[in-house]
Structure formats: structure tokens, C-alpha cells
Design a protein around this ligand. Structure first.
Ligand code: 13P
Ligand code: SF4
Length: 304
């Protein structure tokens, strides 16, 4: 029996839902019930009636789903698939900045550990960060962990002051201004679309900046026929699927998130068969880490 057939049968037996991020290998995107950006997937996991969810992404995505739905079984096909940036801030750093800036809101990118979320005021994803930060009552913002995203938000919300975290995504940070200029020389007709985890000088060259879903929507709706894509290569699958006649180029050949690529069809099948690895969270963080996620969902819906 084909592996996709095995997955289909197990999925039915378990009454499971399969969610996949745009960065996982395309054969997983093909069998997933829903593919999307971090916010879309977080909402789907929360609203899904299924009690078992296979979350093909990285740890923080599975953890966030478990925080929002503690009664569901959240399976991560590879428990070691982790986003390094999620660890690039500490509760100690938050405590220090809170002592120095008692009026600041601590805003945490969803790419963060549950422990880090537990000491923040509100979470955001790349698709709602600007709207949520703008809507917060506080005028001072401490944004962790991603420094590039924080600077992008600060530029979009100039009326507020910022304290910046120092984390970064190695995949997006590896894209440089020189590389983008070179790609533009090679493809002079192409528009450049970028994820806000890219460096500021790279974003300054972009025709559009947005989350993975926003990049896909922009390129689909825009009449241009060629696009240089400043995010992980996995989005090229959906871009090409929706726009078979358009051409998409990465800025360089190594825009690959090794953690997202740890997901495989075999691991999805094994997770459904064994109901493992399942996300478990230490109780002491869970309640406090849930509040900023709930706050994000409330504010994101209000800002729509
Ligand atoms: P999106 O929310 O834009 O899908 O981004 C997730 C991510 O990990 C970006 O590196
Ligand atoms: Fe983390 Fe970057 Fe991979 Fe996204 S692409 S999961 S931010 S390492």
C-alpha cells in the first residue's frame, strides 16, 4: 500500500486532522487538510472539531496548539523539529527589561518557547504583528525574540518606542541586500517579495512584505509574471501551484529551514500509528503561556 494511502486510512481511524506549514516538504503539503501561515494554522488547530491533530511544522506551532486546546492530542511528526529563534530570548531578559521599562508591553513573536510566552503580555504572528502592536494601549514595546521583525514593526508603527530583542531567523537573515540586487539584475522584470524576518536593508528593496500567506496572495493577485521570493523555499510549491504560468525565483539557493524539512510522510504515518510524539507541556507554564495567545486571537479578530 502506498504511504499516502496508509496515512489516509490511519487518519480516518484516528479521526485526525493534518495541518502543514508552507515550509514543510511539498509531499506533505499535498496530503494535508490545511496548509497555511502560523496564524491560520493556529486558528485552524483551535477551531477544529477533531481531537487529534498532526501538526507538520516546528515545536512552537505544536506547543501553541496544545496551549489553546489542552484536551486535544497534538502530534508533531518529528519532536526534534524546533525553531532556533524560539530560544533566542530568556525570561531573565524579560524580567530585566520589565524592571527598566515598567510601562512597556512585552510582545512575543509566536516563534518562541512556551516558557517565554508565559512571561509576555501578548503574542503576534508575522501576519498580525503590525495591527496588534498598533492597537495596544501601551506606547512602549519590548519585542522578542526577532530583531528584524521588531525593526520592521517599529518602522510601520512610528508613534511608539521600542526595545528590541536580539534574536533572528538564520534562514531569512542569510539573505543579503547584495544578493537581492544580484537577483534583480538577473530577473529585471521580477517583483521582489519578502518575509519581515529578513534584514531591514533587504526589506527596503521589497515590493511587498508579508507573512508566507500574504506573500502567496500578493504574487497571485499581482499582474506581474515574475517574482523573486525572500522567504523559505517551501512557499514556491504553493506559489507555482496557484500560478502555473508565473515564474518564481529564490534570492539564493539555500533558503531552506532544516527543521521544517525534518517532517516526512513516513514520520506522519508513524505519528498516526503510534499516537506519538505528542506535545506535553509542563503545567507551571501552561496557564500563563495561554493568556498571551488568547490575547493575540482576540486582538487579531478585532483588527480584521
Ligand atoms: P509565517 O507565519 O509567515 O508563516 O512564518 C512562520 C515562520 O516560521 C517564518 O519563518
Ligand atoms: Fe524558525 Fe526561521 Fe525555520 Fe521559521 S524559517 S521555523 S523562523 S528557523
Amino acid at each position: 500500500m502506498e504511504i499516502t494511502e496508509q496515512i489516509g486510512r490511519l487518519k480516518q481511524q484516528r479521526g485526525a486532522l493534518i495541518l502543514a506549514h508552507y515550509y514543510v516538504p511539498e509531499e506533505i503539503q499535498q496530503i494535508a487538510d490545511f496548509v497555511g501561515d502560523s496564524y491560520f494554522l493556529s486558528k485552524k488547530a483551535m477551531e477544529a472539531p477533531q481531537k487529534t491533530i498532526v501538526f507538520c511544522g516546528v515545536q512552537f506551532m505544536g506547543e501553541s496548539a496544545k496551549l489553546m486546546s489542552p484536551d486535544k492530542t497534538i502530534l508533531l511528526p518529528d519532536a526534534a523539529a524546533d525553531c532556533p529563534m524560539a530560544h533566542m530570548a530568556t525570561p531573565q531578559e524579560v524580567a530585566r527589561v520589565r524592571a527598566e521599562h515598567p510601562d512597556a508591553a512585552v510582545v512575543c513573536y509566536i516563534n518562541s518557547t512556551a516558557e517565554l510566552k508565559s512571561c509576555c503580555d501578548v503574542c503576534v504572528t508575522s501576519s498580525n504583528a503590525v495591527k496588534i502592536v498598533r492597537a495596544l494601549p501601551q506606547n512602549e514595546i519590548f519585542f522578542i525574540p526577532d530583531s528584524n521583525l521588531a525593526h520592521y514593526i517599529a518602522q510601520q508603527v512610528p508613534e511608539k518606542t521600542f526595545v528590541f530583542g536580539t534574536g533572528y531567523c538564520h534562514v531569512h537573515h542569510s539573505i543579503t541586500e547584495q544578493m537581492v540586487r544580484q537577483a534583480r539584475r538577473e530577473h529585471p522584470q521580477a517583483l521582489f517579495v519578502a518575509h519581515p524576518e529578513c534584514r531591514g536593508d533587504v526589506l527596503a528593496l521589497a515590493d511587498a512584505v508579508g507573512s508566507t500567506s500574504e506573500i502567496i496572495d500578493f504574487a497571485t493577485q499581482n499582474p506581474a509574471q515574475e517574482f523573486i521570493v525572500g522567504t523559505e523555499m517551501g512557499v514556491l510549491y504553493e506559489l507555482q501551484k496557484r500560478n502555473p504560468d508565473k515564474r518564481f525565483y529564490p534570492v539564493h539557493a539555500h533558503q531552506v529551514c532544516p527543521n521544517m524539512k525534518r517532517n516526512s510522510l513516513e514520520k506522519v504515518r508513524d505519528a498516526l500509528e503510534n499516537m506519538q510524539p505528542a506535545v506535553e507541556l509542563p503545567g507551571q507554564w501552561s496557564r500563563r503561556a495561554l493568556a498571551p495567545l488568547e490575547q493575540m486571537h482576540t486582538l487579531a479578530e478585532a483588527a480584521r
